[in-house]
Every structure is written in structure tokens, then in C-alpha cells.
Design a binder for this molecule. Sequence first.
Ligand code: C5P
Length: 229
Amino acid sequence: MKNNSLILALDVGDLKTAKKFVQNLKDYIDIFKIGSILFTREGPAVIRMIKRLRKKVFLDLKYHDIPNTVGMAVKSARELGIDMLTIHTSGGFEMMQEAVRNKGKMFLFGVTVLTSIDKKILKFQLGVDRDVKKQVVMLAKMAKMAGLDGVVASGNEIEQIRRACGRNFLILVPGVRPLCEAHGDQKRVVAPSDALRRGANFIVVGRPILKASDPVKITESIIKEMRQR
Ligand code: C5P
């Protein structure tokens, strides 16, 4: 009962724990996300572990730097055999283009406005006097123009991005919560079937699976929910 659209966020403290999750869930999940928590501790060993188990790696380090540095980091990720990678769209058009030039066959996703940033922060701390959704759509359009494969988006923004960027632009939605679960600290959440119905291509789930007493059982129910769209 595999589902190609479900990604597990491996936000765990060490390689051994990560390996246990990948081994237990590899018959259900194809793509495993490594974020800054695990990568800072364990480095490329985690990538090799996932690749040895013949699964795909989504490296979510959200690069944001000058174009040359990001381009070289993207090249390094490509050489490690990464399948999916994130950069910040707010690094600018040139930075995104340099990343695209180096991405090879990797799928490159842009982070638009972080879900922790609201209208007030946008205006008073970042100097952007615009509605969050409008800013998200503007950055998504710029990402598409630069040649990125898609963007990371909250459940609330899927439809607008889909309308603005078309059918072939990929939308990846984190913070998804199965209907049978509590919501933790994620404020803007959507259910798996809901995210897919609105136009998401991938959903990312972390803690509902990682913290479950039976991770296989909750994964099975998430996949079932995903099929109910
Ligand atoms: O545990 P949970 O299901 O909330 O994990 C969601 C994952 O998606 C985490 O790895 C988090 O870093 C990531 N993410 C997010 N919100 C964003 C971008 C990424 O929650 N806007």
C-alpha cells in the first residue's frame, strides 16, 4: 500500500532512529525528508542510509545565500544523489536561476513565506507591505519563471498558487494532519485528502507518524485518507 505523494519528515535526533523509521515504513513511503536537525548532526551518512534502502531523499535545508554559493551547494546536493531539494525564493531571481543551472535531475522547490511569518512581521520586520497570500503568489510566480519545479506552501495557499502557476508546477504541503490526530503546534493545518483535493502534489507529515505509538498503523490510515479525495 505505497503512496508516492506522502513524504515523511525525519525530524529525529540521530541516524539510528532515522534508520528504524525508514526500515519500518519503506513499504508505505517512497520519499524521506532530511531537515537541518538531522543533517547538522549526522551529515551525508543519513542520505547514504536512505539510498541503500532504495528510497528517495528530500533534502530540506532551505538554502538562502548569494547566487554563487547556492549554486555550488545545489551542485554538492546533486552529487550526493539527492532527489528533491529546497531553497528560499526570497534569495532572489538570480539566486534561483543559479540553483536551477546546477540542479540536474533533482526537483527543486522554493520556500515562499514561512508559515511563522504573518502580515505584521512582513510589514514591520521585513518591510513588505503586502498581504501574505499575495506575497506567496508573487514569489511562486517568480520561482516558476526562474525554472524551479515547484514551491512549498501552506494548505491555505494551494488554490491561489495553482491558479497563478498552472497545472504542471509542483506544490508540496507540510504541516498536514490526519483527521484522526491532534494538531500539535502547526497552526495552519489541512487534512491529507483536503490538501490533495485543493491541488497539492506532495504532503509532508512528521510528528503524527514519528510520535505515534504505532507508526505503521497511522501511516496506513493517512494513506487511506489520501485515497478518499
Ligand atoms: O512534525 P510536522 O508534521 O509538523 O513536520 C512538518 C515538517 O515540515 C517539518 O520538517 C517542518 O520543518 C516542515 N515545514 C513546515 N512548515 C513550513 C515548511 C516546512 O512545517 N512552512
